[in-house]
Design a protein around this ligand. Structure first.
Ligand SMILES: *[C@@H]1O[C@H](CO)[C@@H](O)[C@H](O)[C@H]1NC(C)=O
Length: 240
């Protein structure tokens, strides 16, 4: 009989996951429940809200709860009287041609009113981007120099303050290039493809000029000034 509560729970989970069978599940369970000692069971209909803290333009979970026809569960958040935890910076997609980068992040499990990006190059002072509302998880940074090395951070803020950022010149920056779990990331802009094309054309031109001068030297100057080896070789032919 030890297995039956587990089995019941499994059944309950299975039925609550299969749409359409929900009306059947509670009845079945009630009948079987009569043999069992009554015990508190998690409410069957409380499913997690369709909330993804990494999704761009994600409606806040509290609003999903209010709007939805069924009760749903939101992830727990830190206290609104504390500054938010740092968001987690995800993918950074650099577009070298435009000197821009698209930055994605995931919301912290904290109440957030707005986000903004910080961007700096080397030891320069961080540049603060425009404020972004709490649904935003993606932003573009522009005006990056080709071949530049930057650090980009995302900051979350609420009424109590803003999330922490590793100091630009301080100890945190060493971790910035490490595993992508923090709010910052190093961002290296590759040289523009156009620059590479120019370099290739330059090298090609130099090589072509060198080959041309080698050919010119070979066919004209050698003819004019003569070549000792060739003259030796040509004498017998001339003699014949
Ligand atoms: C938040 O910002 C995004 C992008 O600028 C915009 O599309 C969206 O409507 C804004 N949402 C709210 C609730 O202001």
């Amino acid at each position: 009989m030890l297995g039956s509560p587990c089995l019941l729970w499994l059944l309950a989970v299975t039925f609550s996951l299969v749409p359409g069978t929900q009306s059947l599940a509670p009845q079945d369970l009630k009948e079987e429940d009569k043999d069992e000692t009554p015990r508190p069971r998690p409410p069957l209909r409380a499913v997690p809200c369709d909330y993804d803290h990494c999704r761009h333009l994600q409606v806040p979970c509290k609003e999903l709860q209010k709007a939805g026809p069924r009760a749903c569960l939101c992830p727990g958040l830190s206290s609104p009287t504390q500054p938010p935890d740092p968001p987690r910076l995800g993918e950074v997609h650099v577009v070298a041609e435009d000197g821009s980068a698209v930055v994605h992040w995931c919301a912290p499990f904290s109440p957030v009113h707005q986000y903004w990006l910080l961007l700096w190059e080397g030891n320069e002072a961080p540049q603060k981007g425009p404020p972004l509302n709490s649904t935003v998880r993606r932003a573009e940074v522009k005006g990056l120099k080709s071949g530049g090395a930057y650090v980009v951070c995302v900051v979350a803020a609420n009424g109590a303050g803003e999330s922490s950022v590793p100091q630009a010149a301080g100890e945190g920056l060493e971790e910035v290039g490490g595993p992508p779990f923090g709010p910052c990331r190093r961002l290296a802009v590759p040289p523009r493809p156009l620059t590479l094309v120019h370099v290739a054309i330059g090298v090609g031109t130099v090589l072509a000029l060198l080959s041309c001068s080698a050919l010119v030297w070979h066919f004209c100057l050698r003819e004019r000034w003569g070549c000792p080896r060739r003259r030796v070789a040509s004498r017998p032919t001339a003699g014949l």
